[in-house]
Design a protein around this ligand. Structure first.
Ligand code: GUN
Length: 286
């Protein structure tokens, strides 16, 4: 069997068209151009790439985009001062502090995320927005899991009544992914590094979401015939190539549908960030 390949490009294009239309309608009605500001601390190479991609995507769709760059040595106070200024700036509807922060600031990450005005929290990482999601209010939802669910829905793949297994329990992907699937009536299991017999758990999944951060972690023997496999991982191999958390070459012969890496859910993450920015702007001008 050969799986249906779920191309992120195709779905992201559709979402971006909706965002372009919504941004245009907002401008026409209120004169407001949605604005996103990304705060980038330090010189992390992968983060530079992500931030530049976000910037380009905004400009394509009529969203104002700014990048505030702070040096690796920036203090917590400097970062909080920048965030306070953006919270006050009426032209800024979305604020995103690129993660990971440099090592020296990593212990204060939660404090930094808490400082962002929840109404401008387009990452959906503020505890208020995480709490809203937990009680079933999908206000500003973290972009990667939101993109995964949107892709399942756009592809016409049923979630209701399915057994979804999410591998990974991060605040950014695993936990919100589980909440979104639960809200759509899946039966959800969350697995992590301390799960006993993870392979046996994974084999029960109708929908398997891999958000582990280890290249080729999910092998063909961990996948049920016909399962939908969503690969959230973006890992750099020693040869410089990108690889997902799923062994795509093998698993594509077992799965019913599968997302590739690159070209899978990563593209949807950016599209959902743009959608969140326009949503935040719409709510701000109401
Ligand atoms: N680093 C990698 N992905 C993300 C993301 O979605 N948001 C933020 N803030 N940082 C990231």
């Amino acid at each position: 069997m050969s799986a249906r390949i779920l191309s992120g490009k195709e779905f992201a294009l559709q979402i971006k068209e909706e965002v372009r239309r919504d941004a245009g309608a907002l401008l026409e009605k209120t004169g407001v151009v949605p604005g996103l500001t990304v705060v980038l601390v330090g010189e992390d190479a992968a983060s530079q790439v992500y931030v530049n991609n976000k910037h380009k995507a905004c400009l394509e769709l009529g969203i104002r985009s700014d990048i505030v760059r702070l040096p690796e040595t920036a203090s917590k106070e400097e970062l909080l001062t920048v965030i306070a200024g953006l919270n006050q700036d009426r032209a800024v509807h979305g604020i995103l502090v690129q993660l990971p922060l440099p090592k020296a600031l990593r212990t204060v990450e939660q404090e930094v995320l808490l400082a962002i005005d929840p109404a401008k929290d387009v990452d959906g990482f503020h505890p208020l927005n995480a709490g809203r999601l937990a009680v079933g209010d999908e206000h500003l939802v973290p972009c990667t899991p939101a993109g995964c669910v949107k892709m399942l829905e756009m592809a016409g793949l049923e979630i209701k009544g399915k057994h979804a297994v999410v591998i990974g329990r991060s605040n950014i992907v695993g936990k919100p992914m589980a909440q979104l699937l639960l809200a759509r009536d899946a039966t959800v299991t969350i697995c992590h590094s301390r799960t006993k017999d993870l392979a046996a758990m994974a084999r029960q999944a109708d929908i398997l979401v891999a958000a582990v951060g280890k290249a080729h972690f999910v092998t063909a023997d961990m996948v049920k015939e016909g399962a939908v496999v969503i690969d959230v991982g973006i890992n750099r191999l020693p040869n410089g190539k990108l690889a997902g958390d799923v062994d795509f070459e093998q698993v594509q012969h077992v799965a019913g549908a599968i997302t590739p890496v690159p070209g899978g859910v990563g593209l949807l993450t950016i599209a959902m960030l743009l959608a969140n920015t326009v949503k935040a702007a719409q709510l701000a001008v109401r």
